[in-house]
Design a protein around this ligand. Structure first.
Ligand SMILES: O=C(O)CCC(=O)C(=O)O
Length: 246
């Protein structure tokens, strides 16, 4: 049984740098079990609503390059009955406080050899501009995460910035990218063993490279946040599409 509680030094480091790396958030047995559940969700016949499937980078006519399923726990509720989720919930309360709420999971499975990079972005660039947000993501690879298959990379301290200008990756995609790459020179890559985790704030600038390996790169991502508060004026985020909040 892997039980994770952060030390005060880890909590402080997270608040200072905007991300944290954990060598283990679950057991290897659970990783093996989750791989099967996860891959099943991406099978062509899987009963996942079209509403919860997105291609982040490619176009509808090309093979998927960055397929994502949002709310995978709707289709595989056993994802909530895991060591990983129990630990993630405990860690989220340590980092965000007792009013933290689960914000849903998502799954990004980069195909072997042709998996696209997840461009530099801040998660908050996708979120409702009418609110002030405070959220984190806990990113868990279900195989080793390496530079070759697209481990996470972060810009230290970037969570102290506001939401930066973003743009759509291309006209057909749902994915966003930073409009300028000036910030990313200081980035830190975080390779991980299977069942490790990185944690980042919703404003931390991050990226994951392409998958050039011969295996799919699976990442299960668990979101947590405190209740958002209404801003006096919505933020200006002209890259968002009106239908995102329809
Ligand atoms: O898994 C990836 O490729 C990127 C994940 C990501 O951007 C996130 O968890 O916020």
């Amino acid at each position: 049984m892997v039980e994770v509680t952060l030390t005060q030094a880890q909590v402080d480091r997270f608040h200072e740098r905007g991300f944290l790396r954990l060598a283990a958030i679950t057991s290897q047995e659970e990783v093996t079990r989750l791989q099967g559940v996860y891959d099943g969700l991406f099978e062509p016949g899987a009963l996942v609503s079209e509403r919860d499937r997105y291609e982040l980078a490619g176009s509808p006519d090309a093979p998927p390059a960055l397929p994502q399923i949002v709310n995978p726990e709707r289709y595989a509720p056993q994802l909530l009955e895991t060591i990983a989720y129990r630990n993630a919930t405990r860690v989220a309360a340590q980092l965000l406080g007792d009013d933290v709420k689960p914000g849903g999971m998502h799954a990004i499975r980069k195909p072997a050899k042709d998996g696209a990079a997840t461009p530099w972005h801040q998660d908050e660039a996708y979120w409702d501009p009418a609110y002030e947000h405070r959220g984190i993501s806990i990113w868990i690879p279900l195989q080793p995460a390496t530079l070759e298959n697209g481990c996470m990379q972060f810009v230290p301290g970037s969570h102290h910035l506001g939401v930066q200008p973003h743009q759509l990756i291309n006209a057909d995609s749902h994915g966003l990218e930073l409009a300028s790459l000036e910030l990313v020179e200081e980035a830190v890559a975080c390779p991980l063993p299977p069942g490790g985790a990185t944690i980042h704030f919703s404003r931390t600038v991050h990226y994951a490279g392409p998958n050039t390996s011969t295996e799919p790169r699976r990442a299960l991502i668990m979101g947590f946040s405190t209740p958002p508060t209404l801003l006096p004026q919505p933020r200006h985020m002209p890259w968002q599409r009106p239908e995102w909040y329809a």
